[in-house]
Structures are given as structure tokens and as C-alpha cells.
Design a protein around this ligand. Structure first.
Ligand SMILES: *Cc1c(COP(=O)(O)O)cnc(C)c1O
Length: 399
């Protein structure tokens, strides 16, 4: 099909939840490159929104999929699954979690976290402790409970009444959190670095203070690491920047390198809340998803991709400084490692993004004044040089 034919069929047959998409259709990719139907090469600095951590068509991912698919794809959780225990072991041995449960997406992993936190207190005899405090501008997914947890009107308005008992407070404001916690609170759930909210990092003091507040009040601390986890910020998990461990954390996006898989991870004292029948999934933890995720996570660890994310991320922050001085339209550059947001002083993000696309660079936007950079973790300094040069040129048009 030609691009035009695909666009027409999309309009005719696909629910219009994505509006006018960027007018391109890719046929294949390799490393950080993608090629469209006409054979044009693009540099992927969005990675499917922090998903394609190893870039495209990485041999570790391709081989894991092919090898496992030849054996079998699915097997019910009624039986023991080898790749499931291998992946669980790899996550536990490299994180603060003692136990994991596999889901199929970030939202689903977060649903599991919400259920686990509520049940934890219910089984201790507190039927009132069901409230969860989250942050303004947060994003936790698109299911009914996770949009209620999300701190953004645009996702919530169309679906009210929302799942009750989610409270919102501003980011990096310990006092607001302290005042919001009450006898009905069961957990605080946050992204260590907000992604969809505009790349907003939490401060060191805030996370330290949150852990202390949660301990003081005997409530659970949940980190949504769906976007910031798995090497993106320069450490395997976002919480490792703060020297603080959550009771529960969730993973998804990068975990399967593009194959759908999510994980709910918890410390033993919380994880043991789930007893036979309390939670489940048909597809979650299937042999194919777990084999791929095992390949992705071991590659991130063995190929030192956290270190690469830190190094190339620092290199980007260093290089963007000169661009920022030259183009005062850049207001602020935020983030950690390869989780980066560039905020402009005017609402030009969509136009800038369009110009980048015309230069065959794929980036993302958040709202009207922020573009974000989330390249695969295999990105090189030479790739960053290309991006910086392109941004410098594009922004000349906006001075
Ligand atoms: C993307 C994202 C989700 C939702 O993940 P899905 O796989 O789309 O359900 C949840 N939390 C955060 C922080 C995310 O970035």
C-alpha cells in the first residue's frame, strides 16, 4: 500500500483516538534508524516513547522471539514456566524487589500495584485504608483506575465519575503530601521522574522525605518506573538515584524492547499479601514475553547500557548548553540520563517537532512548549552530535 492508501484506510476503519498522526509509515528499522515506505532513513530519538531501549531489530530481541516462537508462544499460568522464573530472578537479583508478577502493559502493572496496596491493609484488618495519593501532572495509564491515579484533567474529564479514592498533590512539596496523608491513606504512588507530565524530576530531598513520611505513617511507597526504569535515567531503576527503596514498583515500556510486557515488583512483606486467587492474568508472564524481556534486561545489564545512558545523556546536557545560549527560545532543559525534556519560552513545540521530522529526526512533544528526547539506550555520542547540529539549525528559524 502507499502511504496515502494507508491513511485512507486508517480514517475508514480505525477508531480516531490518535487524530492526525505524523504522516509517515515505517517499514523497518535497525539500531536507532527507521526507514519509511519510500526508503527514507529517520533517526529515532523517541524510541516508541521510551520503549525500544535496544533500538530496532536488535539481534538479542529477534533471536529471543524466533527461538521461543519455534518452541511455543503461550502456556497457561496453570503450569510452571521456565522463562517466567528466569526473568523474575533477573529482576529480583538486580533490584530491591523480592517478588514479581508479570502483566502486559504499564497500566496493567499499575492496576496490580493499586490492588496490592489496598489488599495489604484489608488483610491487616483496616477496611478504611484505600486512599492513594498521587502527584499533579502524573501519568499512570489509561485504564479506569489508572486514569483516576493520573493527575491530568485531559485524561480524566471524559470518563467521570472516576474510580474514587485517588488524591492529588503538587510535586516536590513535602508539606502538601504530609497534609494529604490521613488515616484512610494506604499508599503514595509517584513517578521518580514524571514522563508524560513534561519530564519533571523529583528532588533528592523530596524522595528522602517521602520515604520517611510513609514509614512514619505506616503506609506504602509505590514508584511507577514504567517510563523511567530499566536504564533510561542512567541507572537501572530511577529510585537508585535517591538511595531510597520503594515497597512496590512497576515496569513496562522498555522491558520487552517493544514486545508488550509489564511487571509488578514488591518487597516480600507486601508481596505475600497476594494469595492464590487474589490476582491473575491470561497472557501475563507468557513464555514469549518473558523470553524477550529476559533478553532485553540481560542485554541492558551485560552491555552496560545504563552507563551508556548516563554518559551519552551527560554529553547531551553538555552540548545543549551552547545551543541554549545561542537560542534563548529554549527556556529550560530537564531530565536525567536519556530522559530529556526541552522547554521553550513560547508554545512552539509542535512546530519545532515538525521541523525536526522534516529533517528526519523523530522526537516527541508534551503539551505545546516541551519537546522530549528519549532515544534508544544504544545511542552514541556521534548520534547525539547529529541531533544537536539539527536542533541548532532548526531553532535558528525560531529566534
Ligand atoms: C506509559 C506509562 C504508563 C502506561 O503504560 P501502558 O503500557 O501504555 O499502559 C504508566 N505509567 C507511566 C509512568 C508511563 O510512562
Amino acid at each position: 500500500m502507499t502511504l496515502q492508501e494507508i491513511i485512507e484506510k486508517d480514517r475508514k476503519y480505525y477508531m480516531n483516538t490518535f487524530g492526525d498522526r505524523t504522516p509517515v509509515c515505517f517499514s523497518h528499522g535497525k539500531g536507532i534508524s527507521l526507514w519509511d515506505l519510500d526508503g527514507n532513513e529517520y533517526y529515532d530519538f523517541l524510541a516508541g516513547i521510551a520503549v525500544s531501549a535496544l533500538g530496532h531489530s536488535h539481534p538479542a530481541v529477534v533471536n529471543a522471539i524466533c527461538d521461543q516462537a519455534k518452541k511455543f508462544i503461550h502456556c497457561s499460568n496453570l503450569y510452571y514456566i521456565e522463562s517466567q522464573v528466569k526473568l523474575a530472578e533477573l529482576i529480583v537479583e538486580n533490584s530491591c524487589a523480592d517478588k514479581v508478577f508479570f502483566a502486559n502493559s504499564g497500566a496493567e502493572a499499575n492496576e496490580g500495584a493499586i490492588k496490592l496496596a489496598r489488599l495489604y491493609f484489608k488483610k491487616k484488618g483496616y477496611s478504611n485504608k484505600i486512599e492513594i495519593i498521587t502527584l499533579e501532572k502524573s501519568f499512570h495509564g489509561r485504564t479506569l483506575a489508572t486514569i483516576a491515579a493520573t493527575g491530568q484533567d485531559k485524561y480524566q474529564k471524559p470518563y467521570s465519575p472516576l474510580t474514587p479514592k485517588f488524591l492529588k498533590v503538587p510535586i516536590n512539596d513535602l508539606k502538601a503530601m504530609e497534609e494529604a496523608i490521613c488515616e484512610n491513606t494506604c499508599a503514595v504512588m509517584i513517578e521518580p521522574i514524571q514522563g508524560e507530565g513534561g519530564v519533571n524530576p523529583t528532588s533528592y530531598e523530596y524522595i528522602k522525605g517521602l520515604r520517611e513520611l510513609c514509614d512514619k505513617n505506616g503506609i506504602l511507597l509505590i514508584f511507577d518506573e514504567v517510563q523511567c526504569g530499566l536504564g533510561r535515567t542512567g541507572k537501572l531503576f530511577g529510585y537508585q538515584h535517591y538511595g531510597v527503596e520503594p515497597d512496590i514498583f512497576t515496569l513496562a515500556k522498555a522491558l520487552g524492547g517493544g514486545f508488550p510486557v509489564g511487571a509488578l515488583c514488591a518487597k516480600d512483606h507486601v508481596a505475600k499479601t497476594f494469595e492464590p486467587g487474589d490476582h491473575g492474568s491470561t497472557f501475563g508472564g507468557n513464555p514469549l514475553a518473558c523470553s524477550v524481556a529476559y533478553a532485553v534486561l540481560s542485554t541492558i545489564i551485560n552491555d552496560k547500557l545504563c552507563e551508556n545512558a548516563e554518559e551519552t545523556g551527560n554529553y547531551f546536557f553538555e552540548k545543549i548548553e551552547a545551543v541554549k545560549r545561542k537560542h534563548p527560545v529554549i527556556n529550560e532543559v530537564r531530565g536525567k540520563g536519556l530522559m530529556i525534556g526541552i522547554e521553550f519560552s513560547r508554545p512552539i513545540a509542535k512546530e519545532v517537532n515538525k521541523k525536526c521530522f522534516e529533517n528526519r529526526y523523530l522526537l516527541g512533544t508534551v503539551g505545546n512548549s516541551i519537546i522530549r528526547v528519549l532515544p534508544p539506550l544504544i545511542v552514541t555520542k556521534a548520534d547525539i552530535d547529529g541531533l544537536i547540529e539539527m536542533l541548532d539549525n532548526v531553532l535558528s528559524e525560531f529566534d
